[in-house]
Design a protein around this ligand. Structure first.
Ligand code: ADP
Ligand code: MG
Length: 271
């Protein structure tokens, strides 16, 4: 007995998987050349990857392999020589003006050296408030949000009036994270953000990042040369060598059975 056409249609509709949400970030064929002619250097060479919402994608590789340039292309701090950057279905590759501003709100960078984002003259409260002010948030809302953000990164409220010189390295990185979260981004790009910290402080910041991800549903582009860190945080890993992404996959798979010879050597080089 065959089901009638309308029943069959209903069955097929019921069985059809819901359209999956597109990835939060899709980088396609990203390429960046510095210099020209004989001096031309291809720092990033046709790099493609995706990051899902709430996911941690780690980009690993030796110094000079093109990790930071890839981050800067995604954040549009550099303009790609070729390729596209799509966030949440919107193409930001050549965005300007208001659309570029929108990208600057939706993704944020945290660097290795917090002084790259913290002005030594600013108090913690000023530093966290700055993006809110720059994006025209009302004064009352800003004051409330600054208090909330300082609490979110587990700093005592009394730290609001301190300046970077009065903070430890880990505390400074907490302020940089609070500041990065001020405008409720969907993606944080962490470029060696824990690399300068000693191991116990590093563990605390990694725990904070893990907690924030669970609470806020953030996606991370986590750049590091430290595979021990990758083991702790990454869902998926991309391995860069000489500007190319030589291997991409689930963190467990890549760390346990890398298929690329370079990845194997990189893994053997760490204790
Ligand atoms: P990583 O972050 O993996 O250490 P980078 O992305 O910083 O690597 O650098 C990749 C390559 O691009 C390096 O050879 C570096 O010297 C070069 N490079 C990076 N930025 C610039 C720039 N602004 N001008 C010229 N060369 C650059
Ligand atoms: Mg770098």
């Amino acid at each position: 007995l065959q089901p009638s056409a309308s029943v069959r249609e209903r069955i097929e509709t019921d069985a059809a998987p819901r359209t999956p949400r597109p990835p939060l970030l899709t980088a396609t064929n990203l390429t960046k050349d510095f210099g020209s002619g004989r001096d031309r250097l291809r720092a990033v060479d046709a790099v493609s990857f995706e990051i899902a919402r709430g996911e941690t994608f780690a980009l690993v590789g030796e110094s000079g392999s093109g990790k930071s340039t890839t981050a800067r292309l995604v954040a549009r701090l550099e303009t790609a020589s070729d390729g596209t950057v799509v966030l949440d279905g919107q193409d930001y590759t050549h965005a300007r003006g208001e659309r570029l501003r929108q990208l600057r709100r939706r993704l944020q960078l945290v660097y290795q050296n917090p002084y790259a984002s913290l002005d030594p003259r600013f108090t913690v409260a000023d530093a966290v408030d700055e993006p809110l002010r720059a994006f025209g948030r009302p004064r009352v809302e800003r004051a409330r949000r600054v208090t909330e953000l300082i609490d979110l990164v587990a700093l005592p409220a009394s730290f609001a009036s301190r300046r970077p010189a009065e903070l430890s390295g880990g505390q400074r990185q907490r302020v940089a994270i609070a500041r990065a979260l001020a405008l409720e981004p969907e993606l944080l790009i962490l470029d060696e953000a824990v690399s300068a910290l000693d191991v116990s402080v590093q563990a605390q910041i990694l725990q904070l990042l893990t907690d924030l991800q669970a609470e806020l549903g953030l996606a991370y582009l986590f750049i590091t040369h430290d595979l021990a860190v990758v083991r702790q945080v990454a869902d998926r890993v991309g391995v860069m060598q000489g500007g190319c992404l030589v291997e991409t996959g689930a963190a467990a798979g890549i760390l346990e059975s890398p298929s690329d010879a370079y990845t194997r050597r990189l893994l053997e080089a760490i204790p």
